[in-house]
Design a binder for this molecule. Structure first.
Ligand code: GDP
Length: 527
């Protein structure tokens, strides 16, 4: 098959949700419906192990598993689906955000009882910043949940995009009768249980106004019918271009645990989610079906053996075709690498990864040669833009217990910072280095790794900061003026970008008012 045919049949996406909304369940069901039974089995196992492990040592044991299952590839209806895991829960960290830069679409799962929850909102901001198309699945309709109209408007206000229902629930909880397929004008009747692996044998009632529906579902039908009329009057019609531009999200309703509504979502992913598109590099736009290979490192994960500092770089293929053993150049260093022992992720095809195309992810083991944001190519010097670094929300000062090991501390933190495990800030005014994270676990991970990999016992101390903003200004002198006046609050990150560190959003507002020529960024893009 030609490169463009291979690219056209790829769909690369991530499922995002707040913990407990049903992401694991839906992932598993999607894989089951796609026929990837073995992969599906390991999804739950992974979550179970994650929960069982309360400390980092245990989590580390699981690292091997988590590398393998962080990308799942299945073939369904002649389409190659790459599903990228976004860790939630305790191991939530900046990695999650960066994974979203490697996908072409996202599937958002919402617990119908809770609506749009905080963690989902943060992930959505990343999708919004990149105009990633989002398909929405409202889960747990078999429970007493919130009114669907309410949920719809909440989705709209949080996403800042129009929600266009493709399905509409008839009743909920005990009276959940099923869902209307609005576009095809029919109703799929709800059946509890999880033994169905396709929707072929479901009971379908044709016609939204079929009297049979009214007879069987009474008040639930009347309400649902009225709501559909309301929506059809008020909501804009579905427009594919608007969806692809991230301005409209199609909404489905169902119950993942009951395998209900899963088939529609799987088919929507294949039919509606876009294949890999062009990517922006500083030099030029890179098309996915170009003959030459290029790829970008969006995640680096330390692997099994800490003594060897081996890491796996997750590379999203941006163009061309990857073959095992091919010679690749790292744009940042100009060095060559020849990935032979590519890490295999979970896949229906059992054999070692031999080739990959735009949209696929390859895992390259290395000893620190590859960093976040690095670009691999067949020689061309490319730098892709858009790998985000997020302003941390948690800060700790770090010092070394034994002053003789200060150098090791610096080396360790520099490397861990480059890997994206933590953000390291050096205050202009001197004093201890500051660590910034978006998840508490990041500190534990770093303390543990400093000890095992660099032989440094680090002392972490509370910090008075709770917020950081990278600062820029069109005129260098405006930036300098601001920095001089706020020396105590300025620190440089690993790439020497200055940041303003503060304890409250009130302080930020004051600074913004006093210095209108300075821009404060919650997100820094690599490159
Ligand atoms: P995650 O944290 O988002 O991965 O959520 P899980 O998939 O682990 O689900 C969280 C809980 O919700 C589990 O106890 C599931 O069994 C339950 N759950 C998932 N889907 C449904 C559903 O459709 N209906 C009901 N009633 N419970 C569900």
């Amino acid at each position: 098959m030609s490169i463009s045919t291979e690219v056209a049949r790829r769909r690369t996406f991530a499922i995002i949700s707040h913990p407990d909304a049903g992401k694991t369940t839906l992932t598993e069901k999607l894989l089951l419906f796609a026929g990837a039974i073995q992969i599906a089995g390991s999804v739950k196992a992974r979550k179970a192990s994650r929960h069982a492990s309360s400390d980092w040592m245990e989590i580390e044991k699981q690292r091997g598993i988590s590398v393998a299952s962080s990308v799942m590839q299945v073939e369904y209806r002649d389409t190659v689906i790459n599903l990228l895991d976004t860790p939630g829960h305790q191991d939530f960290s900046e990695d999650t955000y960066r994974v979203l830069t490697a996908v072409d679409a996202a599937l958002m799962v919402i617990d119908a009882a809770n609506g749009v929850e905080p963690q989902t909102i943060r992930l959505l901001q990343v999708c919004r910043a990149r105009n990633t198309p989002i398909i929405t699945f409202v889960n747990k309709l078999d429970r007493e949940v919130r009114e669907p109209l309410d949920l719809l408007s909440e989705i709209e206000s949080h996403l800042g995009m129009d929600a266009v229902p493709f399905a509409w629930p008839v009743g909920m909880g005990k009276s959940f009768g099923g869902v209307f397929d609005i576009r095809r004008g029919r109703m799929r009747v709800f059946k509890a249980g999880s033994d169905r692996l396709s929707d072929q044998h479901d009971e379908i009632i044709e016609g939204l106004d079929n009297p049979e529906i009214a007879n069987r579902f009474g008040a639930a039908f009347t309400q649902a019918r009225g709501e559909i009329d309301l929506i059809e009057g008020a909501a804009p019609p579905f427009d594919e271009a608007e969806f692809l531009a991230g301005r409209q999200t199609p909404v489905f309703f169902g119950s993942a645990i009951n395998n209900f509504g899963v088939q529609e979502v799987l088919d929507a992913l294949v039919d509606m989610a876009p294949p890999p598109g062009p990517r922006h590099a500083l030099q030029r736009e890179v098309r996915p079906d170009e003959p030459k290979f290029s790829g970008v490192v969006f995640k680096v994960q330390a692997n099994m053996d800490p003594a060897h500092r081996d890491r796996v770089a997750f590379v999203r293929v941006c163009s061309g075709r990857f073959e095992r053993g091919m010679r690749l150049k790292v744009a940042r260093t100009g060095k060559e690498t020849r990935p032979n022992n590519v890490v295999s992720f979970l896949s229906q095809r059992r054999e070692l990864l031999e080739e990959a195309y735009a949209g696929d992810v390859i895992g390259i083991p290395n000893h620190g040669v590859l960093q976040l944001g690095d670009v691999l190519s067949e020689g061309e010097n490319l730098q892709f833009t858009g790998l985000p670094f997020f302003a941390p929300e948690l800060f700790q000062a770090v010092e070394v217990a034994d002053p003789l090991r200060t150098k090791q501390l610096r080396t360790g933190l520099t490397q861990l910072g480059e890997e994206g495990a933590i953000q390291v800030f050096r205050p202009v005014a001197g004093g201890s280095l500051l660590l910034g994270a978006v998840g508490q676990l990041q500190f534990e991970v770093v303390a543990h790794r400093l000890k095992t990999e660099y032989g440094v016992t680090a002392r972490m101390m509370p910090s008075r900061y709770s917020m950081a903003r990278w600062i820029t200004a069109d005129e260098p002198r405006d930036l300098k003026k601001f920095m001089d006046a706020n020396m105590q609050h300025i620190a440089y990150d690993v790439v020497e970008a200055p940041a303003f560190l503060i304890g409250s959003s009130a302080q930020l507002r004051v600074a913004q008012e006093l210095y209108p020529n300075v821009q404060f960024h919650a997100l820094r893009e690599h490159g």
